[in-house]
Design a protein around this ligand. Structure first.
Ligand code: ADP
Ligand code: MG
Length: 283
């Protein structure tokens, strides 16, 4: 059993002294099962997540790869307590707290962030207004629009964004690349401790991938302790980001985990290799 699973004396959020060593655990998912919420309440629904284990330390970048329909978005949204899914077994720990029963806003306040796969268009709310409310909810900070605009401008410059951006209505008529930039700006300004990014399944071109990669590099340069869980089926993004750990998800389970050798295997043999493999025998 890895040392972080031992509960020793707790010093503060996420820190436990284990004899003479102190470990800081950022994020741990254990045996997570989740099924769609049954809107009619007439019986259990078929599970989508079937026992997911994950462990992310501060500063690590983890990529979860998987074919369409493997449960990646279900995992991302379940980690943020989407009402669309019900967790039927397992637990989620964030910085020393069991957050499995926490609602979305509490998780966000504690420092978890999810960039939505299909960002919502919110007509009538500008990006800067949205950011201001999100920041107030996340950190209890009430920045003036002017202060926030200055911070946003700095980030936009770093991210190569057009400055008219913040005054447009949130995601309305945004291109795929603009939505991604907007997400990265939210990430930069909200300063989460754990960023979960769910990549869109279609319509993301190489430029948009670069934006995500460059944006993450910029944000991590400022905040190297931030953990990242990047969900994608783009091989290309792995080359740009060089994650510390790569996981392959198939059928609601993580069937393989490793380093860049996983990416190479995927490149060479595709998901079929992982799907067909008796992984124990072929490892
Ligand atoms: P991925 O993001 O890996 O493409 P998803 O998590 O979106 O996969 O979906 C996994 C599977 O679960 C798919 O077969 C999808 O159709 C199904 N699914 C996802 N959400 C729901 C839901 N709310 N109700 C019923 N089935 C769902
Ligand atoms: Mg998805």
């Amino acid at each position: 059993m890895p040392p972080y699973l031992h509960y020793g004396h707790r010093t503060n959020a996420g820190e436990r002294t284990l004899g003479l060593t102190t470990v800081t655990e950022l994020f741990r998912v254990e045996g997570l099962w989740a099924a769609p919420t049954d809107p009619l309440g007439d019986g259990p629904t078929e599970p989508i997540l079937r026992g997911v284990d994950l462990h992310v330390e501060a500063g690590e970048v983890h990529a979860i790869m998987g074919p369409n329909g493997s449960g990646k978005s279900t995992l991302a949204t379940s980690l943020m307590a989407s009402p669309e899914y019900v967790v039927t077994a397992g637990s989620i720990h964030f910085r020393g707290d069991d957050v499995t029963a926490w609602p979305t806003d509490e998780r966000a306040k504690a420092g978890m962030f999810l960039a939505f796969q299909y960002p919502q268009e919110i007509p009538g709310v500008s990006s800067i207004q949205f950011l201001r409310q999100a920041l107030s909810a996340r950190k209890g900070l009430d920045l003036s629009v002017l202060e926030l605009r200055v911070a946003a401008m700095e980030w936009m410059e770093r991210l190569g964004m057009d400055s008219s951006f913040v005054d447009r209505y949130l995601n309305e008529g945004f291109s795929g690349g603009e939505k991604k930039r907007n997400e990265i700006m939210q990430l930069a300004i909200l300063e989460p401790t754990l960023a979960i990014l769910d990549e869109t399944d279609s319509g993301l071109d190489i430029d948009a991938l670069r934006i995500v990669a460059k944006g993450l590099h910029e944000v991590r340069a400022d905040r190297p302790e931030m953990g990242v869980l990047l969900i994608t089926h783009y091989q290309r993004l792995l080359d740009e980001l060089a994650p510390d750990h790569i996981h392959v998800m198939i059928g609601g389970q993580i069937v393989a985990s490793g380093g860049m050798e996983i990416a190479e295997r995927l490149e060479r043999d595709g998901y079929e290799w992982f799907r067909d493999a008796d992984l124990g025998a072929r490892a």
